[in-house]
Structure formats: structure tokens, C-alpha cells
Design a protein around this ligand. Sequence first.
Ligand code: G6P
Length: 466
Amino acid sequence: MVIGSTLGGVPIQRIVVVANRLPVAWDGETWTISPGGLVRALRPVLQEADGAWIGWPGIPDFAPHPFEYDGIEQRPVPLSEAEIDGFYYGFCNGTLWPLYHDAIVAPEFHRHTWRSYVAVNRRYADQTAVAMRPGDIAWVQDYQLQLVPGILRELRPDITIGFYLHIPFPPIEVFARLPWRRQIVEGLLGADVLAFQTRSSADNFARAARRFAGATSIGRRDLRWSGRAIHLQPAPIAIDTTEFEAMAASPEVQERAKELRSELGDPEHVILGMDRLDYTKGIDLRMKAFADVLEDAPPEERKHAYVQVAVPSREQVPAYQQLRIEIEQLVGRVNGQHGEAGWSPISYLYRTLPFLDVVAYYVAADVILVTPLRDGMNLVAKEYAACRLDDDGVLVLSEFAGAAEQLKSALIVNPYDVDDVARALRTALAMPLSEQRSRMRKLRKSIREADVFAWARSCLETLEER
Ligand code: G6P
């Protein structure tokens, strides 16, 4: 079946996305579309399929009526201040986020935040149940809403339910610590199709479902539980490659990229890090690797400029506050040791940049360091490759990013091994143009073949077939 296909103008299957956040934000006067890959990929599908989006409008205790924006029905789910504390900061970002990322930071287990997670998931499920027509597809997104498929299945056995996990599903040895592991697995098993970024996340979930919910496996990609079949689908998310290519080619971006290089003192090499400020990203370890490489070059040569963009995130969670302090101390230490009056080797920007500047940095950078300690996918790696229109530039990529399953021509590193990252950075800085090009061409080919539209098509077609 074709996505969003119509029968005499009547959509056959309507798609309702259920996500923590709505794709629009309220600035006090008007709604504006929130930029982001998921929104861009689903916009045409939802417009065509008469679709709806259910999510939090991003402001506490704000409960506007459903409305239409950009041809898509928006159905806000209100969250109180206490729920934002318990559900969002507490259980989502204090428990699930660290647990699912290898417990890099110790996950906290609190019964009161779990209760808030259950209550909020129930509200999302209730509001979804009301919005669905018989035969519709509900497509639930990410770790914030893992109980929604199970609750929705009970309320509306007549609809198709899909779930997509944007972050890794952890190995069973780590997942097993969660006091509410059975409830989470059973919540997810309410879906008809569970999709993951990587094959290993799908395998991890299959093991957890067998162990904690008594599901049985039928082959590697199907489970049976409670008299139903559940399909597990590896579906790596991607970007709108043509959009990044077009933006990178624009005169504004080209001009801005030149300006950036000259503002950095026209160094021989511009090295870039572009991340949300998150302890999963490995920003501190990579800065240590950069400091090692600086030892090779006398400061008066000013050969390397490293720009680290750190986008503020979850600033009320203590682990994020602590990380910010540590990174800023490290920047100070490296610059203090290797800089001179009027020149610092690390330029550190703690802010959200406009899209034009993000792309201009990708265009300006000779090397990008994408070295997360664990990452569901990491779209920065794909965005950088899309913007390298001349096929030059080097991607240094962590073996623990989902993207490493696809982007095999990158320089793959163990981000915990500072010597390994420093070695890869030296290799990148000395890499002949011919080798840069042969690697980058392969990377760009793979992201052109598998863009975000192909991703959405493959997920939704699997759901339409159920
Ligand atoms: C990750 C998650 C998303 C989340 C985003 C930003 O990419 O997979 O679900 O929306 O981080 O985090 P935030 O907590 O600000 O929504």
C-alpha cells in the first residue's frame, strides 16, 4: 500500500503521531514550527494522510484546544509543573536516559517519579484513544512514552500501533536494574511493530521481552506475546540530505563559512564538535585528545582551531549542570595552557545556533569529531557528510554511535580511549585529499540512498501491512 493513499479522496489509513512534544511551539503570540528531522520527514505524510500529532506544547499547565497548523491537526497534551519535574526531568531524564545510554551516569530510581511516568503515559494514551478512528495507525515515539502502546491496545484494539525508539535499547545486563522492567517491556509489547535505530537494539529488546515478559521468539525479528504477533524492525533514522546539500551550496552559507574561518584566524585546520550538551556525547574526552594533538604543534604556529558548539539542554537536571562545569573548566585549562593573548585554540559556544550557522560550520570544518560514548544514531555525522559538497573533510566517528553501523568509511574510534581519538585526529589532519575524497564519497552515497523520507516510508509501510 502507498503511504497516505486515498480512495476517491477518502484516506484509507490516517496516521496519528504521538510524541512527547508537539511539532509546534507557542511563543506567547503565535505558533511556529519546531525545526527537526522528524517533523520535516513526517510533515508531507501527515498532510497527505489527514494526520494528527499529539504532544506536549512545551509550557507548563498550558492546555489549548486542538487546532490545525500547516495542514496537520495538533492535539496538545497538558503537563503540570509537578509532572514536568516527576515525569520529564525525573523519570525520563534522570532514570531512562542514563540507563538506556549504558548507565554512563548513574540512573536514579524513585517510586514517585515512576508514578508520574505512569500517570502521564496514561494521559497521552487516553487522548490518543479519543482521537483515533477505526483502522487508523498510531505511531508512538521514543522513551518518554513506552507505556502508551500497552494502554492504547486495551482502549482501542481496533487500531494499528507502531512504536519508534530514537535512543538505544540497552543490553539486558543494564536494563535488568530497572525496578519497573516488566511494566516497560509489556507496555512496548502493546505495539504491532517496534522499530529501533540498530539491529543490536532490536536484539537487546527481544532478549528483554523473553526474559521479563515471557514472550517467545519466532525467528530473529518476530515475537509472540499474549496471543499476538509483534514485529521488530531495525530502521536507522536519517536526514533530509537534499535540504542540507542545498543549504550548503547557498551563497549565504558559503560566505559565512569563509567569515568563520577568518574569524578563527585562518588556521590550517578547523576542527568541529557540534552536540547537545549531554554526558552521552563524550565532549570532555575528545577535548583531552585535542589537547594531546596540540602538544605536537608549537603555539606560535596556530595551526589548529577547534570549535565546540554545545547546545544547552535539560539544564535543570543536576548531571547536566555538573557536566557543564567540568567542560568549561577543561576549556579554560586547555586554552590557558596552549593559548596566547588574543588567541585560544578552543572556541566554545554554549548556545543554540541558527540553522545557517550550523551548516556554515559544517562547510568550514576540515574535521568533525563525533565521539559519543553511546548514541541512538547521531545525525550530526550525517549532516556533516551531506554538507561536504567537494567530497573533502574527515569524519571521526565513535563506534558506539548507531551511525557507525552505516558510515563505515569514517575513521572509527573508541571514544573512551583518549590515545585512540588523538591518533585518529592526527590521521585526519594529515590525510591526503585523495583519501578524504574516496572516504567522503562513500559516506555521501550512503546518506543519499537512505534519507529521512526513505526511513519514514519504510516504517509506515511496515505498519500499513499489519
Ligand atoms: C533526543 C531524544 C528526543 C528528545 C531530544 C531532545 O534526541 O531522542 O526524544 O526530544 O533528545 O531532548 P529534550 O529532552 O529537550 O526533548
